[in-house]
Design a protein around this ligand. Structure first.
Ligand code: ANZ
Ligand code: ZN
Length: 610
């Protein structure tokens, strides 16, 4: 949506008003040609090409000229901000409205931009707020031409421009049409008279080519006095930036100050020639540099299309919101060109975008100027890099802002110590009798259940399915698993070798993406082979997730009186039998007859008694 707004497609009409004093027609762009009978003046941008001619020999020409110069020096933002003061001057000239023959004054004003549309606007104060403000500032007439269908508007009582839809009034033959119908009808009328046509404008501007920038991509063009513009031959690419430049504060391009760079030979006739010294915007490079990662050592090409076809698009782009419009949009433009040239297989460069949150300190953005920054070096020196990483990943989902907390960092540090100790403990607890293959004990089953629950949870949370990453919940699941390891060790003191080795290997594997250094170190200390980062992700054992027994509430005539634990794989008959054997249930049932026993498996047992 941001990119779409930036491109800013705008459908409207271009029409022209006659300016008899200079024998010219001024072109106007409007999205509301239905309001053309409401025009009370024309405004030109100070840069408009007719301005000089229009003000020539006017008695206040010097004053007009001074005003124009002042307006030209204002930025677009100052000129067009909604609350900016509307400034303008009458040129002394008039234009003729082709629809009703009315003579309207031609003004010059700050709020019209030279490089949008035609750089000229028809002023309709009743229906455009900027025009309304302008007309009230300079006492220009207001003509109502769109009437609200239910509550009647009048210029005398209006306090602002009316933008909504409605029915045409005071508009000659077009009266009675809706505004949408009128836009079509008026455009058609203009088209037939060759006074205008439907057109589309875009807010998007041309890309910057800089005359003053040193950084930026050199433009590989050579100028030959004999042969004209020539492309730098492929074998001479890339053109690299010279280093013997002088920075001239914008007087000429720094590249132009390097004799070595500027002077070259024409690739066509071999005669003396010069190089282009402007550079392209740095966006040119940032739009495609990631393609180079697919083939970084290629000295013959920017990349080999085969590799780009294999690796692209980028699965996940992580960047600040400030790149959401320009950089990401230019990348899309470039990728579409590369696609058409057969250099990549995809039309879109990035499959997913994650805009990460900011790091806050005491509720405000960390910034050097505020002095509320935490330096990574200090964290690394005091706790190690893994503690910092774990804290950041655990403190908040990545797309949300993260409040820096010293206690949080301490907590992560303590947790990693806990991991370290449990790994050592398990290594000591391992049952050394390797041949003993017995069924898992209940305690081992409970441990393995949590182990595989955590593997499944972490695996899911780091997938980024639907663009959602949930590193914080993954970390809490690892913490639960570490708790389970401690619970087991506290009771059992020893563990069957395969179970223990697997339990520790799996812990380190699911921890590795979060705290790669500690995971690798413990992997080696425990004597496991290879690098942990070369291991595959553990498979989830569905069997291990199964629960052996569950607790079910027992109701008597609809009231919960007891809870019993039953094996998950037993039949309703078994459950009924075991319920009736419970001494406390028997107590409740004394002197009563069981009429019915309703069992909802894994949920509830209800005894109906009389
Ligand atoms: C008359 C009119 C009457 C307008 C009305 C609007 C409402 P978008 O949608 O952004 O394309 N305009 C045209 N060129 C301009 C320029 N160079 N600088 C500043 N404003 C300019 O806006 C198009 C509208 O913006 C045009 O439609 C024009 O004002 C103004 F009830 O024309 B309209
Ligand atoms: Zn030449």
């Amino acid at each position: 949506t941001m990119q779409k707004n930036w491109i800013g497609r705008s459908e409207g009409t271009e029409l022209s008003f006659d300016v008899p004093s200079i024998h010219k027609r001024v072109q106007l762009f409007t999205t509301r040609v239905d309001t053309v009978f409401g025009v009370s003046y024309i405004v030109l941008a100070p840069e408009h090409p007719y301005v000089a001619e229009l003000i020539k020999d006017k008695e206040n020409e010097a004053e007009l000229q001074a005003f124009i110069t002042r307006m030209k020096n204002m930025s677009d933002i100052e000129r067009t901000a909604n609350d900016a003061k509307k400034e303008g001057m009458f040129t002394g000239a008039y234009a003729v409205n082709p629809l009703n023959g009315a003579q309207v004054p031609i003004w010059i004003a700050n709020y019209v931009l030279a490089d949008y549309g035609t750089g000229a606007v028809m002023g309709v104060p009743a229906h455009d707020q900027r025009d309304w403000d302008f007309a009230h500032e300079f006492n220009l007439p207001v003509h109502l031409v769109i009437q609200n269908k239910t509550h009647t508007l009048s210029v005398e009582t209006m306090t602002e421009a009316y933008h909504e839809s409605g029915t045409l009034v005071n508009s000659g033959d077009f009266d009675g049409l809706t505004d949408a119908e009128a836009r079509k009808a008026v455009t058609q009328w203009l088209q037939e008279k060759k006074l205008g046509k439907g057109t589309v404008n875009y807010k998007l501007r041309d890309w910057l080519i800089s005359r003053q920038r040193y950084w930026g991509a050199p433009i590989p063009i050579i100028y030959c006095p004999q042969c004209g513009e020539q492309l730098v031959p492929e074998e001479q690419l890339p053109v690299t930036l010279p280093t013997d430049v002088t920075f001239t504060a914008g007087a000429v391009s720094p590249l132009a100050t390097s004799r070595e760079f500027v002077h070259c030979t024409c690739p066509k006739c071999g005669g003396p020639a010069t190089r282009e010294t402007d550079t392209m915007d740095t966006f040119v490079c940032s739009s495609w540099y990631y393609l180079r990662y697919t083939d970084a050592r290629n000295t013959a090409q920017a990349w080999n299309p085969e590799y780009a076809k294999k690796w692209l698009g980028v699965d996940q782009y992580i960047g600040g919101i400030e790149h959401a419009i320009l950089h990401l949009m230019y990348s899309r433009f470039c990728m579409k060109v590369f696609h058409d040239a057969g250099l990549v297989a995809v039309k879109e460069p990035f499959e997913r975008l994650l805009t990460q949150g900011m790091v806050l300190m005491d509720g405000s953005k960390m910034s050097k100027s505020k002095g509320n920054v935490v330096s990574p070096e200090d964290i690394i020196a005091k706790y190690g890099a893994d503690t910092g990483r774990l804290f950041i990943l655990f403190a908040a989902p990545p797309e949300r802002d993260l409040e820096w907390s010293e206690q949080g960092v301490e907590g992560s540090y303590r947790f990693l110590h806990r991991v370290w100790r449990i790994v050592e403990l398990y290594m000591d607890m391992l049952d050394t009798d390797e041949t003993a293959k017995r069924p898992y004990t209940e305690a081992e089953k409970a441990l393995r259940r949590q182990e595989f629950l955590s593997i499944a949870k972490v695996g899911e949370d780091i997938q980024g399915r639907d663009g959602k990453y949930s590193f914080n919940t993954a970390v809490s699941s690892i913490m639960e698993y570490v708790n389970a390891l401690y619970a087991y060790a506290g009771k059992e003191k020893t563990i069957q070798k395969e179970v223990g080795v697997e339990a520790i290997q799996n812990l380190l594997k699911i921890l590795a993406p979060f705290t790669p250094h500690i995971a690798e170190e413990l992997w080696h200390q425990a004597g496991f082979s290879g690098s942990i980062h070369g291991q595959s992700w553990p498979e989830v054992e569905a069997e291990a997730l199964k629960v052996a027994a569950i607790e079910m509430p027992v109701q008597i005539n609809g009231k919960v009186r007891e809870h019993i634990t039953v094996p998950t794989d037993c039949t309703a008959e078994d459950i009924k039998a075991s319920v009736l054997q419970q001494p406390r249930i028997q107590e409740w049932l004394k002197d009563k007859t069981v009429v019915k026993c309703i069992i909802v498996p894994k949920k509830i047992i209800n005894l109906v008694v009389k």
